[in-house]
Structure formats: C-alpha cells, structure tokens
Design a protein around this ligand. Sequence first.
Ligand code: ATP
Length: 241
Amino acid sequence: MIHVRGLTRFYGPIYALRGVDLDVEAGESVTILGPNGAGKTTLLRILATLLNPSSGEAQIDGKDLSTSSYDIRARLGFASHRSLIYDNLTVEENLIFYGKLYRVPGLAARTEDLLRTVGLLSRRRSRAGTLSRGMLQRLSLARAIVHKPDLMLLDEPYAGLDQESAEMLEVLLDAVRGEARTVVMTTHNLERGLGRSDRMVILTKGRVVFEAPSSSLTLQQLRESYWEHCRQDSGAEEVPS
Ligand code: ATP
C-alpha cells in the first residue's frame, strides 16, 4: 500500500529525513519509533500529503503523493497533536465538517457513534478550543477516522491520553486491525507499539536503522535494539555545506 524510496526532507540546513525506504502492505500495522527529532512526524506528514519531500519517491497504492493528493486524502486518516481541528467549531461540527468533505453516508449517526467511542459525547457542543489536550487528541482521532479510511496515520496517538483513554485507543486499534485496515503509527511507548503492530521500525537521524516483525521480538529485545541505535544524540543533522 505504501511505497517509499529515498525520501529526503530538509528544513533549511536541517536534514529531517535522509533517504528513507519503507514499504507497508495493505492490512499491516507498523509502528515507527525513534528519539525526538528523528523525523517521524515529518515522514507521517509527507505520507498524509501535508508536506512535500525535498526529494525521493512516495506512493500510496501506486499513486504518487504529489500528484494525487485529493484521492489519497480521501483514503487516509491522519491524527496528530497538530491536530487539523478548528478551535472555533464545536466538537460535533468538526466531525461533521470533515464528514461532509468526504461525503460520509449517515453522518449524524456516524458522528454520534464516534463521539461515544472516544468519550466525547457529553462535550459535543463545546468549542474544540476549550478542550483539554487529551480530549483534543481524542477528537483528532475521531476526525481522522470519520470517513473510515483504509489507511490510518497516527502521530503519537498515546501522547496526553489518560489510562482510560489509552485503553479506548487500544480497543479502537484492535478493531481496525480486525478490519484489516492499514495503520502506521509513531510512539515513544515501546510496549504499546509492540503490542499493537505487525512490524517495528526505528528511525534515527532521518534514517531507518532497524526493522523487524513484532512477533520476532520480545519487549526486552526491542528495548535493547532501541538503545543500541538511539543512545547518543540521535536527532536531525545539518546538511553538510
Ligand atoms: P518528536 O519525537 O520530538 O516528535 P520527530 O521524530 O517527530 O520528533 P520531526 O518533528 O519530524 O521529528 O523533526 C525532525 C527534524 O526536523 C527536527 O530536527 C526538527 O527540529 C526539524 N523540523 C521539523 N519541522 C520543522 C519546521 N517546520 N521547520 C524547521 N525544522 C523543522
């Protein structure tokens, strides 16, 4: 489903991605780990067609991200802390706005259902700008899946969630896996990532430095691999002049 080759992105003198190759099969769940500044968000934003790469190739189902962004956006859901939520709209209006954009059938029922799932039904008429960080994260998740996308891109979905909300997210991710939808998620939580994915990828300094099927790893082995690759300052580097 996802085919990425030699993906590079720099911001001025900073390399965020340095030649990333990544393939994700339809129905696969992949977790991307890596220290702060490793390039995880940049990679997800490029896949979500919100950011252009500096060079390299990125396709979803054979369609080039730079030329087919509308078609691709209709098939994917992206949730992040930079949440694509309109603060001045209510919780419910945010979902309805995106649902209409993607012509979701039975939108009123779908919205209510999703708000119940993410525990925001009682806040449906609150302006999004008044939500707590964790609530906003839950709304961002609901927004990302309102149109039942084939591909979910989740940037640190556990960040800011309390224990109950994290469990809600796990139930939701299990359901998505059961429906054989594709998920690419970033997280700093090795245990949750390992438990909810088919494959683990570690990104360091904008490069994929480790990849393995989750079933081949214990949590301890994953921790050891993580520390082996990420012990030192592993953030982005400046483009050599
Ligand atoms: P974290 O775990 O802290 O969220 P990350 O792995 O998601 O980090 P990115 O946000 O992709 O990392 O950032 C990769 C590098 O690109 C960092 O050095 C960051 O400072 C830089 N960067 C990201 N966005 C911008 C921007 N808009 N302008 C300049 N530099 C940026």
